[in-house]
Design a binder for this molecule. Structure first.
Ligand SMILES: [Mg+2]
Length: 218
């Protein structure tokens, strides 16, 4: 019997894709001033960054390395752009329209927790800006513990902090290799949320496309 639900943050409760698009637009404007904002060339540069970013799973140094090579920019920019990302990305956070209602609703029936991978300062800033912090009894940011999803130890820490066994916890996240794999290793019930229904899997796992679908699923 499920007693608690743990959530991932990025692209689960907050629209990381929209935030990434916004910051990459600002970066293209600053680094490639010859490309006119709103032109197809400008948009193509932003869309390249979005693809290299792979939903945030690729280290920023790699993304900006590729960017600087592709657009013949000073390679010293790689470091400063990576630092800019770490400093500023938290400020771009946008919450999905139905996240708050869903948490409010589920919070009447389940205990709620958050388990996110990333830098403490950035993830805490995103959470603060989302206005969702008050719904969580337990918040774990991987960077504060030096272990990251899918490492089973961070999921075990989540169980321990909630005072429940893994079978009593559902885990909702969008990144299969971090969220779903880790939850399965720990023995939680994994629920894969992904807006792209074309992503295929042979596994019989619970799937949703939008956060509000959880209310009926659980
Ligand atoms: Mg995520």
């Amino acid at each position: 019997m499920i007693k608690a639900i743990f959530f991932d943050l990025d692209n689960t409760l907050i629209d990381r894709t929209a935030a990434a698009y916004d910051i990459y637009c600002d970066i293209v404007s600053d680094c490639l001033p010859d490309l006119k904002k709103g032109s197809f060339e400008y948009e193509a540069a932003v869309q390249k960054l979005m693809i290299w970013d792979e939903y945030g799973t690729i280290e920023k140094a790699h993304v900006f390395n590729r960017f600087c090579k592709e657009f013949h920019l000073d390679m010293n920019l790689v470091e400063s752009l990576s630092a800019r990302w770490a400093d500023e990305f938290g400020n771009y956070a946008r919450v999905f329209a139905e996240s708050e209602n869903t948490l409010k609703n589920l919070g009447t029936r389940y205990r709620l927790g958050l388990l996110t991978n990333g830098y403490p300062k950035m993830q805490r800033e995103k959470l603060k800006r989302s206005g969702l912090e008050k719904y969580f009894e337990v918040v774990i940011v991987s960077g504060e513990h030096g272990i990251h999803k899918p490492d089973v130890r961070i999921f075990e820490l989540a169980c321990q902090k909630m005072g429940l066994n893994p079978e009593e916890i559902a885990f909702v996240g969008d990144t299969f290799s971090a969220d779903i794999l880790g939850a399965m290793r720990c023995g939680m019930l994994p629920i894969w949320i992904h807006s792209d229904h074309l992503l295929n899997t042979q596994l019989k796992i619970m799937r949703i496309q939008r956060i509000e679908e959880l209310t009926e699923l659980l």
